[in-house]
Ligand binder design. Structure first.
Ligand code: DUC
Ligand code: ZN
Ligand code: ZN
Length: 477
């Protein structure tokens, strides 16, 4: 056998399917052999006592994206992907947002400029469609899907992004024709506006009322509407960032009826609650937790776990959407201090996604380590057309995280390596932590130290999702 560049020896290989004591041989950035008694490599890593798992794939992050109607993001590609590798990830899929009236193609080019030479890990792009004109759906979208942007997100809320039902149907229909996967932000615009105006009139403007303005019924109604549109057009959809029982049960109901509806949930929905937004004073830290949908309550955590365990959810993402807390651009900017409505929606979490899922899931006996791999890596690769990613087997990219399952960590801001000036998980205790992150055979993070290069990540054009497209007969699990 030709000499191996790297051998990871002595660890336990965990994939979405299996667990086995095995060594991993890597050459030219690819896994070439998984087995025992491998010959000496040019470089060796002792993984005794560690889990050798596919690097995390976070298919829902926002980087360098002008805020949802507010200040600039705290992370561009450099700091966002640095944070990603610190947390055991090797691929992220952020969004290229089309501003209303702008060309989708031009928006994609703009995001490429932000990312090129600035990414510590590999990346693809989802599209965000805010202006689905006939030209966008008929010309720009087909060309972009063919070029490897094979998924797109649409919003059912936000002044500058919301699509009406007719537009949603047109987008679903066009995506179905092209085989692109549609991700849907399910919260109802009119209900949120109604609640927001009522709360503001009553003087209830503190960050906590963000959560009050968009209760689970608002998410459930929108999820049901999106499912109905998916049924009408015969197009599979992914309902993203599901926060609790109500929307989860809609997805389960649809799946039980044989509809191709997929679900994503996120770190905040198993570890934060609306109480974190509390403090009825604009100086309080509640805005640090403002994201949409908002975190709910511990009963909702249980519902989300039920959805994870029973396969309602295929992916577990961070929805990393970072803003500063302090300063003119922060969540406490002067305008945001007048009403929760102006607090930028989103929290930084790409570095804590895997540790929190492992700790709350595997370490507490809720899921197996194989389910962990499926939820944090493999399913993202399969659903979003990332070939050669998300498993440990010959032919796959050598994207690997060496995981210390026993390590106990109290999360602090200094471990995050992100651009934001805080982490919502400050003081949160986890068992299980990424010790080494390996991107295509190169060690890019070791014991919290960033060793990779910001030019090290590459753009990944993606194939069509096997689960998308009208009439796709693929299984959902
Ligand atoms: N939707 C997201 O996907 N991320 C952050 C905020 C939002 O509304
Ligand atoms: Zn969203
Ligand atoms: Zn998001």
């Amino acid at each position: 056998m030709q000499e191996l560049d790297l051998v990871i020896r002595g660890g336990t290989v965990v994939t979405a399917a299996d667990t086995a004591r095995a060594d991993v041989g890597i050459r030219d950035g690819k896994i070439v052999v998984v087995g025992l008694d491998l010959p000496q490599g040019k470089r060796e890593i002792d993984a005794t006592g560690l889990k050798v798992m596919p690097g995390g794939i976070d298919s829902h992050v926002h980087l360098a994206q002008p805020a949802f109607g507010g200040p600039a993001m705290a992370d561009g590609f450099e700091s966002g992907t640095r944070s990603a590798i610190a947390g055991g990830n090797t691929t992220v899929v952020p969004f290229a947002l089309q501003a209303r009236g702008a060309s989708l193609r031009q928006s994609v080019q703009d995001y490429h400029k932000e990312a090129e030479g600035q990414s510590y890990c590999d990346y693809g792009f989802h599209l965000i469609l805010t202006d689905p004109t006939p030209a966008v759906l008929g010309q720009e979208l087909p060309a972009l899907v063919a070029a490897g942007y094979t998924s797109l997100k649409v919003f059912m809320t936000y002044e500058d992004m919301v699509l009406n039902d007719r537009e949603l149907l047109e987008v679903f229909d066009a995506a179905g024709e092209l085989g692109a996967l549609v991700m849907v932000h399910c919260e109802g615009y009119d209900a949120i506006r109604f609640m927001t105006e009522k709360l503001e009139k009553a003087g209830k403007v503190a960050p906590y009322y963000h959560a009050v303005s968009r209760p689970q019924s608002v998410e459930r109604e929108a999820a049901h509407r999106a499912i109905s549109h998916a049924e009408l057009t015969g197009v599979p959809i992914m309902i993203v960032h599901v926060s609790g029982r109500e929307a989860m049960e809609q997805i389960r109901w649809a799946q039980n009826r044989g509809l191709k509806i997929m679900g994503e949930t996120c770190t905040q929905y198993i570890s934060l609650t609306a109480d974190d937004l509390k403090g009825l004073n604009m100086d309080d830290t509640g805005s640090k937790y403002v994201c949409s949908p908002p975190p709910r309550d511990t009963e909702s955590w249980d519902a989300i776990w039920n959805g994870i365990k029973t396969g309602v959810f295929q992916t577990f993402s961070s929805d990393h959407c970072p803003f500063f807390f302090e300063g003119e651009m922060g969540k406490q900017n002067p305008k945001a201090r007048t009403s929760f409505k102006w607090v930028p929606n989103g929290i930084p979490g790409v570095a804590v996604r895997m540790p929190v899922l492992w700790s709350e899931g595997v370490a507490k006996g809720r899921i197996t380590e194989n389910q962990f791999v499926a939820l944090s890596s493999t399913n993202h690769a399969r659903i979003y057309g990332l070939t050669n990613k998300g498993s440990i087997a010959p032919g796959f990219d050598a994207d690997i995280v060496l995981w210390n399952p026993e390590r106990k960590i109290t999360i602090t801001q200094s471990m995050m390596h992100h651009g934001a000036d805080y982490t919502p998980w400050e003081g949160f205790e986890v068992t299980g932590w990424p010790q080494t992150t390996i991107l295509r055979g190169e060690v890019v993070m070791q014991d919290g130290e960033i060793l990779g290069r910001k030019e090290g990540g590459k753009f990944l054009p993606r194939t069509l999702s096997p689960l998308a497209g009208r009439g796709s007969g693929a299984a959902m699990d």
